[in-house]
Design a binder for this molecule. Structure first.
Ligand code: MG
Length: 198
């Protein structure tokens, strides 16, 4: 059994929140876990900002619907699915990525959800029940699977470390510095080349 755990934003599609910040003109929406290391706190701040600026879920969805996957993402998933049971493991929210997932061929995904209030605003987050992304890899390992993982950021590092093949793709300098032991690739196709040789 071969299982692949693939991060979404920064790996298969661009980051959503910088795009939302750009489209709405609200710079603070592009703040990330670099500025707010605590993810639930970051999301609470984002949700407050959305409400203060009268941005409903429907508005957010109309913005994120315009995001397209990276050019090599569809081919990568298609090729990967021939050999692996593929799951997207993401810290994004289901309600924001429906159209993008369709474009990617509706892969299996494990991510969080929003709770929406009657007026259509995001009210709070409903987090996927896990400690971190590495929970999925740990589960696969207990089932005796061979695990491949690809991610780009700090929240992927433990998942990548635990996998048999864990690759950082185009990491920032600070992410790279936090995990000098992990192999780095610059493109998705390079993942296949590296797995073939390891
Ligand atoms: Mg990412």
């Amino acid at each position: 059994m071969k299982i692949a755990c693939i991060d979404l934003e920064g790996v298969l599609i661009p980051e959503l929140w910088p795009h939302i910040a750009q489209e709405t003109g609200i710079a603070s929406l592009s703040l990330t876990t670099r500025e707010f290391p605590n993810y639930p706190e970051l999301m609470r701040t984002r949700i407050e900002t959305l409400r203060r600026n009268s941005l409903t879920l429907a508005t957010l969805q109309s913005i994120t619907a315009n995001i397209t996957p990276f050019p090599d993402a569809q081919e990568f998933l298609h090729r990967l699915q021939k050999e692996y049971d593929v799951s997207i493991i993401s810290d994004c929210f289901h309600e924001l990525i429906g159209p993008i997932l369709n474009t990617l061929g509706s892969p299996k995904i494990k991510c969080h959800r929003f709770n929406i209030d009657p007026a259509g605003y995001v009210d709070h987050c409903v987090y996927f029940n896990r400690q971190g992304k590495e929970t999925h890899v740990a589960q696969a390992l207990t089932e005796g699977a061979k695990v491949l993982a690809v991610g780009d950021a700090y929240n992927d590092l433990n998942m990548l470390r635990l996998a048999h093949h864990g690759f950082l793709i185009r990491p920032s300098n600070s992410t790279r510095a936090a995990a000098p032991e992990l192999p780095v690739v610059n493109s998705l196709s390079e993942v296949f080349e590296r797995v073939a040789f390891e």
